[in-house]
Design a protein around this ligand. Structure first.
Ligand SMILES: [Fe+2]
Length: 289
């Protein structure tokens, strides 16, 4: 196997880095694989451009970060149970798209995915960007008093409010192209996760609540929880904590769901957008002491 030199360049003063000089369709040597694992821990989101990946090759690359995880309520791609097609057709106007509110992927699972991988096949001429927020920075920017208050707290996550809470009004349909199953008991039950979780690799503390899936604090009502949750969501959305990616055909992004939130901008009515998505099994979120 040939020796590959990769270059990693940060895209903001905070999170996000672009990786150059690697062809993800080919098996990666141990040195490059190790570098890409470390780079994800260091930068939280990695971007690659100009890739050409079959679903099999995307699956092989995704395994660099761990075993793949299937999702409970989205219909997978025909013949590839580990891949979902994130698709909005050109004629789908005024709909709620997949990921169109701030969230950490499938945070309502007992073991939410540690990483997600999106590979762009067809993208609009402009628009359809994705944004990420650094939830370490969001945590660290809180006052000592607020950090003390959040210490040891858990919050309840559920897949049920998807498309209702923090998302466009109910009369807006979700994309027919995604195939989200409703009323899936596995997605609808509530799961408690630490509000501040410790990242198993970096050892750092990250805020772990999000506006789609986190409805309340444990042992508290939604009404009681709402003001503080809303404050935390609003606090996290500082431009200094964010990065934004403009997709091209052949772009790939991999991000760490344990310490980021993301948002898919729905500003491209009239254009078709198709990405292939895979995700890597994560662990049960660890309470930060
Ligand atoms: Fe997402």
């Amino acid at each position: 196997m040939g020796y590959q030199t990769i270059a990693i360049e940060k895209v903001t003063g905070g999170l996000g880095a672009e990786v150059r000089g690697v062809d993800l369709s080919r098996p990666l040597g141990d040195a490059v694989a190790g570098e890409l694992r470390r780079a994800l821990v260091d930068h939280l989101v990695l971007f690659f451009r100009g890739q050409r990946l079959t679903p099999e090759q995307q699956i092989a690359f995704s395994r660099l970060y761990g075993p793949l995880q299937r999702v409970p309520y989205v219909r997978p791609m025909e013949g590839f149970p580990d891949v979902i097609r994130v698709l909005k057709e050109a004629d789908e106007r005024r709909i709620s798209t997949f990921g169109n509110a701030w969230h950490s992927d499938f945070s309502f699972l007992e073991e939410p995915p540690m990483a997600s991988i999106l590979y762009a096949l067809e993208v609009p001429e402009h628009g359809g960007d994705t944004l990420w927020i650094d939830m370490y920075e969001a945590y660290e920017a809180l006052s000592d008093g607020m950090k003390r208050m959040l210490r040891g707290l858990r919050a309840m996550h559920s897949g049920r409010p998807y498309g209702v809470t923090g998302a466009p009004p109910k009369d807006l349909r979700t994309s027919r192209s995604i195939g989200i199953e409703r009323n899936n008991p596995e997605a609808d039950r509530e799961v408690a996760h630490p509000v501040v979780r410790r990242h198993p690799e970096s050892g750092r503390k990250a805020l772990f609540v999000n506006s789609i899936y986190t409805g309340r604090f444990e042992d508290m009502s939604e009404a009681e929880s709402r003001p503080l949750l809303d404050y935390l969501y609003q606090h996290a959305l500082r431009p200094e904590f964010a990065c934004r990616f403009r997709w091209q055909p052949g772009s790939l992004a991999v991000w760490d769901n344990r310490c980021t939130m993301h948002y898919a901008v729905n500003d491209y009515d009239g254009s078709r957008r198709l990405l292939h998505r895979t995700q890597v099994q994560g662990e049960k979120p660890m309470l930060a002491d």
